[in-house]
Design a protein around this ligand. Structure first.
Ligand code: ZN
Length: 505
């Protein structure tokens, strides 16, 4: 073995140990959000802080930095396999970024965001912006500092976006979002004014027993391909998906006896994330060829299964008999058509996490524009509530009644997640473009869904998206899979086609 190959083996082993440690940290986090007794929080916070420090120390080990510097100048960096080249390039990119963050800043951000999130809980409960404002001011200042340290070569917003959407640039995203907004705002306003509206009483007026929901959603998740021998489904308050190892993917959901879609679409969403995690190459687990490309691509997988598959008429062709068997009381006199129609209501509302598929993107684009303006110094933090309400009025035709239903509703800014929001709409955009291409390549997808057959779609996503790991950035990955440049067209057209007719448009 050459010296370069030996160094590569050592660097790869070190990165794999980092992944082992990070997944222990993730296991503790999963337990906290699914199983932990109410009063165990204090000790858990200490456990989590110790683990985070160990992971950080391991990830910034100077010996690993020396190995990566040597590899970057060695023969494998340019002449190795695509996996080796990507591993060297991206491990070095991640290492250098971490190393450029001064420990004082890392520590201060960690402490400030914990306190800011606590302040957010009380401020939101009291609907009092002024209680949170100084914290948001502080978080934005620290994130501006982080941006300047970690990627001094980039615009501050792009420097933060890089943590969630590697290669993403706001100047490329903003025109796509503007085009989408131009087409969605009129659609939302036309739906709101429509005299014909889908009837959703079927889903809101009768109980769907939780025990039956559990068995039903599990069967649906298994049918679309989620492997329960390599994953679990548990209950939580704020659903998420987390990977604890190559064969251990945890998805979660919450239950509402009065509204089946909460659990069903929660599970389809998280199982979509899970299918991606389960489709990454296990031999490269924790290394760039076996990691997700970006949060936007991750979200494209969840939204594709949740919305483009799970809300399609053909999906309900297969799923309705199963649902009727599970909920004979609620669905006795229903039909696949009526159930499908009940899912197509477009209704402007204040809260992002309760929004329908069409208005959802307006919620995201508002946050993207405001957080960028604040970070770039164009909008003072103190003016956020007024700017929020004004934009909300413009896009939704509504004015938030209070700060809790407006600027205070999300935890993201308090948690230091700035540059994170756009990944949700990027996910929708990528999902629509991928689905269109899948239809072109795979023939009669509707016929397959109606027969409960999702294997060819999953197989295509596995080979086009999952197998690439992080070796390509989001845009080139989607362009390679679809043969077309990334565009908002597919999403705008798909929303119009699926939701317009139900509102007589
Ligand atoms: Zn998601």
């Amino acid at each position: 073995m050459t010296a370069d190959a030996q160094t590569f083996t050592a660097a790869r082993a070190h990165a794999r140990r980092s992944a082992v440690l990070a997944t222990i940290d993730a296991l503790v986090g999963w337990d906290e959000r699914t199983k932990m007794p109410l009063r165990a929080g204090g000790w858990r916070a200490e456990q989590a802080a110790e683990l985070a420090a160990i992971v950080h120390r391991h990830r910034t080990d100077p010996h690993q930095g020396e190995r990566l510097a040597a590899l970057a100048a060695g023969p494998l960096a340019a002449g190795g396999s695509p996996e080796e080249q990507a591993t060297i390039r991206l491990l070095k990119h991640d290492f250098d970024k971490q190393a450029r963050r001064p420990p004082r800043l890392v520590e201060e951000l960690a402490r400030t965001t914990v306190e800011a999130q606590q302040a957010w809980v009380t401020a939101r409960a009291a609907s009092s912006w002024s209680d949170l404002e100084p914290w948001i001011e502080r978080v934005f200042a620290l994130k501006r500092e982080q941006a300047a340290c970690q990627r001094p070569d980039l615009d501050p917003y792009d420097a933060l976006l890089d943590d969630y959407e590697p290669g993403g640039r706001w100047r490329a995203i903003a025109p796509r979002f503007a085009e989408l907004r131009e087409r969605i705002v009129p659609l939302v306003q036309a739906c709101a004014a429509a005299t014909r509206r889908p009837d959703d009483r079927l889903l809101t007026e009768r109980p769907f027993p939780i025990a039956a929901q559990r068995a039903f959603v599990r069967e649906v998740a298994a049918r679309i391909g989620f492997d329960f021998d390599r994953g679990r489904l548990d209950s939580t308050d704020h659903p998420f998906c987390t990977s604890l190892g190559p064969d251990d993917c945890r998805i979660t959901t919450r239950w509402d006896e009065r509204f089946l879609p909460t659990a069903l679409y929660g599970v389809l969403h998280e199982a979509g994330h899970g299918l991606y995690d389960q489709g990454l190459r296990p031999e490269w687990y924790g290394l760039p060829p076996g990691e997700a490309a970006s949060l936007g691509i991750h979200e494209s997988q969840s939204r594709l299964w949740e919305n483009l598959v799970g809300r399609s008429r053909s999906f309900w062709e297969w799923c309705f008999p199963l649902a009727k068997q599970a909920f004979p009381g609620a669905l006795a006199d229903a039909s696949a058509d009526r159930l499908h129609q009940a899912l197509l209501v477009v209704r402007p509302s204040f809260i992002r996490v309760e929004a329908d598929e069409v208005t959802y993107n307006l919620h995201i684009m508002l946050r993207f524009d405001l957080e960028r303006a604040v970070l770039q110094g164009e909008l003072p933090v103190a003016d956020l509530p007024a700017a929020w309400d004004q934009r909300f009025q413009q896009d939704f035709g509504l004015r938030p009644p209070n700060a809790a239903a407006g600027v205070l509703q999300d935890i993201h800014w308090s948690a230091g997640l700035i540059g994170y929001f756009p990944t949700y709409t990027l996910g929708n955009l990528y999902a629509a473009q991928l689905m269109e291409a899948a239809g072109r390549r795979l023939g009669d997808l509707d016929g397959q869904f109606a027969a409960g057959d999702f294997a060819s779609l999953l197989g295509w996503l596995r080979s086009e998206i999952h197998a690439a790991g992080r070796m390509l950035e989001s845009d080139p990955l989607v362009e390679r899979a679809t043969g077309l440049p990334v565009s908002a067209d597919w999403l705008a057209a798909s929303l119009r086609r699926r939701y317009g007719p139900a509102h007589g448009l």
